[in-house]
Structure formats: structure tokens, C-alpha cells
Design a binder for this molecule. Structure first.
Ligand SMILES: [Zn+2]
Length: 245
């Protein structure tokens, strides 16, 4: 056997051993993400882009599909067009949500890795929540995994998603009241990681983070600025360089 064939064989063998080890490690570290990525191999039923358990009532599935469509149009209106095509996973039971979504009590969330996966709980059947999640998927689609994971601070990603989330509780009026007419706003721009932004503090403080991030992005936003930011981020610039400190 030539030396070349030996090297090829050895490399293949290393790959064959490394792939299952990496897949297993990913499952241990990110069980919900891994299950969502492998959703085609689950026992969930599929209707278009939506996966759900057989026990979910048909009227709920019809409602979710309708909300997905209206929310997609809202997101397309904000971004000019919708370029993402996320997978949706509806979890009727809490156990299913823990399996695919999160062990924490949130109404919905978006996993982004090898595509985007929007996991909706029973409490997430809501136009604003679904539009919010599709916005995350759209931003991810436009900047890619590396930029989304390592360059974009959590406050900006959430503030941007909140532009398509019209829930009253997060409105400007609510913020004005809760922040003593904008005098007591949290310093959200220092909340760069997801943990800092929505994993620390009381529920009220976290809600205030979301409202404030929405307010900051709203004051900054124009379609041109957002397009430029994406262009600059994709060309290698850092968020601070583009957005300014
Ligand atoms: Zn969000």
C-alpha cells in the first residue's frame, strides 16, 4: 500500500470516530438544539414547515399556521423581504417544550445553528411572539452563525426582534411609566450576553431590559442603517465599529 493511501485511510478513520463523538458532545451540551436539528428523525408530525405532536388539536395547528403566515408578512414588511425559512416546532406539552425548547419558562425561542428552529410552547401561540422569533431567524439568516454568535450583543438582537413585537406590555408607554419618564433606564448596552440580558435579575428587570432594548433600537433604526450594519458586519467589522460605542 502506498503512503498516500495509508494517510487517506487514517484520515477517514479519524473522521469516522470523531463525528459520533462530536455529535454526542453536542447533544450533551445542547440537548434541545440537537433534538431540533434532528427533528426529521423524531416522532413528531409534519405539516409544511411546522412540526407538532399527534396529540395537538387540529384547530390549534390551524391557528399557528395562520399566525406564522401573518407574522412572516409583518417581518417581511420590516426587513423589505423575508429571506429566512425557519423550521417551527410546536410543543403542546411542557415536557415537549423542555425537550425541544428550553428548561426555562419562556413562551417561545429560536435556536440558530444549521438553520433556524422556532420552538413554540402553548403560551407562545401569539402573533407578536411568533413575529419576534421570526425576526431573530431573519437577522441570523442575513449575518450567519459566526457573526450572530460572536459579534452581535444580546441587547441589539432582542431590541431588533422587538421591532416586530407589538405586545402592549413592552410598548413605549409602558416603558415611560416604568422608567420614571425614561430617567431610570437600565444600561442595556452593557448587557452583551444572553445570560446578562435575560438570565439575571427579576422578571420585572428582565422585562424592562426588553422594553429598553426596543426603545434604543427604535431610536437608532432606519432601513438604510440596518442594511449598512449588516453589510459592514458581513465584511468583517465589529459591532462597536459599526454601531458606535
Ligand atoms: Zn427574543
Amino acid at each position: 500500500m502506498t503512503k498516500f493511501i495509508k494517510i487517506i485511510r487514517r484520515t477517514l478513520l479519524i473522521f469516522l470516530i470523531a463525528i459520533p463523538i462530536c455529535a454526542f458532545a453536542h447533544f450533551v451540551l445542547f440537548p434541545q438544539q440537537t433534538r431540533s436539528i434532528l427533528i426529521d428523525y423524531s416522532d413528531l408530525q409534519k405539516d409544511g414547515r411546522l412540526y407538532f405532536n399527534y396529540s395537538a388539536p387540529q384547530n390549534k395547528i390551524d391557528t399557528i399556521k395562520l399566525l406564522m403566515e401573518i407574522a412572516s408578512n409583518r417581518v417581511a414588511g420590516f426587513w423589505g423581504q423575508k429571506t429566512c425559512n425557519p423550521t417551527f416546532i410546536y410543543c403542546e406539552s411542557e415536557d415537549d417544550f423542555k425537550k425541544y425548547g428550553s428548561p426555562y419558562q419562556v413562551p417561545a425561542l429560536t435556536h440558530v445553528k444549521l438553520g433556524s428552529y422556532i420552538v413554540i410552547s402553548h403560551d407562545g401561540i401569539d402573533l407578536d411572539i411568533i413575529a419576534h422569533e421570526i425576526s431573530h431567524a431573519e437577522f441570523y439568516e442575513r449575518i450567519g452563525f459566526y457573526n450572530w454568535s460572536f459579534k452581535i450583543p444580546a441587547w441589539f438582537d432582542e431590541g431588533l426582534a422587538m421591532q416586530n413585537d407589538y405586545r402592549d406590555y413592552y410598548s413605549e408607554d409602558t416603558l415611560r411609566v416604568k422608567s420614571n419618564n425614561y430617567k431610570d433606564l437600565p444600561d442595556v448596552k452593557n448587557l452583551t450576553s444572553g445570560k446578562q440580558f435575560n438570565g439575571e435579575g427579576t422578571r420585572e428587570q428582565i422585562k424592562l431590559n426588553f422594553m429598553t432594548a426596543k426603545h434604543e433600537v427604535k431610536n437608532w433604526y432606519t432601513k438604510e442603517k440596518l442594511d449598512q450594519l449588516i453589510k459592514d458586519i458581513n465584511s468583517g467589522k465589529s459591532f462597536d465599529e459599526v454601531f458606535g460605542k
